[in-house]
Design a binder for this molecule. Structure first.
Ligand code: NAD
Length: 260
């Protein structure tokens, strides 16, 4: 159980992050929500999570592409809760284009949000975790932390980078009761994936139906999308006391994709 713990999950207003905060709140953790979206809808979500699970839920709309914005969110959360016991770096964006056509601003944004943001949250969260000699960091990477696909150069570079960052920090804090792991989902049908279907169709010159069948699910031997709930359950386990000996692990949850 996570009662008395505080979890900060970046990008938790949608998709996988939303599934993770729902699961961690159900386990009794206080929650710091983060991410973009409609203000009224986010406030409705905040109230619902707090009331349903009788936990404290706050929202911070920090832009994870901006280090000073991340720093301010972390300082506010630490002041409110004393420590962030469970840190889940989940916010992420995607852009699909051939590398010689890849917009420079998209490259910079993907590296900032999908990779550098984790450095900024981790460096702010670690001192209080070290003081309590307990902490759990889970980085939501991707099967693309382990293998590549064409037209996703920035995303694959960032996700391979987060795998290396995960292992490095795990080694640095291994004796201090803090674990650091990465989960590597295959395709999960969230807005992030829905949005890339038309771009992939364009880049490959095929129909959107063919993208789902021949590109996305072709990668996964199960021929099924991974679910948000499955990724949330794995993340919650990594946040538990029972997972104390799992650290520095880059854990696939991708229907067999990287077994190929
Ligand atoms: P999503 O688009 O549903 O959610 C992304 C979340 O990140 C949203 O809450 C959004 O508001 C937030 N976000 C985006 N830019 C932000 C910024 N600059 N600052 C703060 N928040 C920001 O996507 P998802 O599929 O749930 O993806 C979540 C994570 O899972 C990402 O890191 C993604 O790379 C990873 N992932 C997704 C899949 C998949 O198939 N969906 C597979 C593997 C890995």
């Amino acid at each position: 159980m996570l009662k008395g713990r505080t979890a900060l999950v970046t990008g938790s207003t949608s998709g996988i992050g939303l599934g993770i905060v729902t699961r961690l709140a159900a386990g009794g953790a206080n929650i710091v929500l983060n991410g973009f979206g409609d203000a009224a809808e986010i406030e409705r979500l905040r109230r619902e999570l707090a009331a349903k699970h009788r936990v404290s839920v706050v929202y911070d709309g920090a832009d994870m592409s901006r280090p000073e914005s991340i720093s301010s969110m972390m300082q506010k959360a630490l002041a409110e809760f004393g420590a962030i016991d469970l840190l889940v770096n989940n916010a992420g964006i995607q852009h699909v284009a051939p590398v010689d056509d890849f917009p420079v601003a998209k490259w910079d944004a993907i590296i900032a949000i999908n990779l550098s943001a984790a450095f900024h949250t981790v460096r702010a969260a670690l001192p209080a975790m070290k003081q309590r000699r307990w902490g759990r960091i889970v980085n939501v990477a991707s099967a693309h932390a382990l293998v590549a696909s064409p037209y996703k150069s920035a995303y694959v570079a960032a996700k391979h980078g987060i795998a290396g960052f995960t292992k490095t920090v795990a080694l640095e804090v291994a004796e201090q009761g803090i674990t650091v792991n990465a989960v590597c989902p295959g395709y999960v049908l969230t807005p992030l994936v829905q949005q890339q279907i038309p771009d992939t169709a364009k880049a490959r010159g095929i129909s959107e139906e063919a993208v789902v069948r021949d590109v996305l699910l072709a990668a996964q031997p199960t021929k099924k999308f991974v679910t948000v709930e499955e990724v949330a359950a794995l993340t919650a386990f990594l946040c538990s006391d029972e997972a104390a000996s799992i650290t520095g692990a880059i854990l696939p949850i991708e229907g067999g994709w990287t077994a190929h």
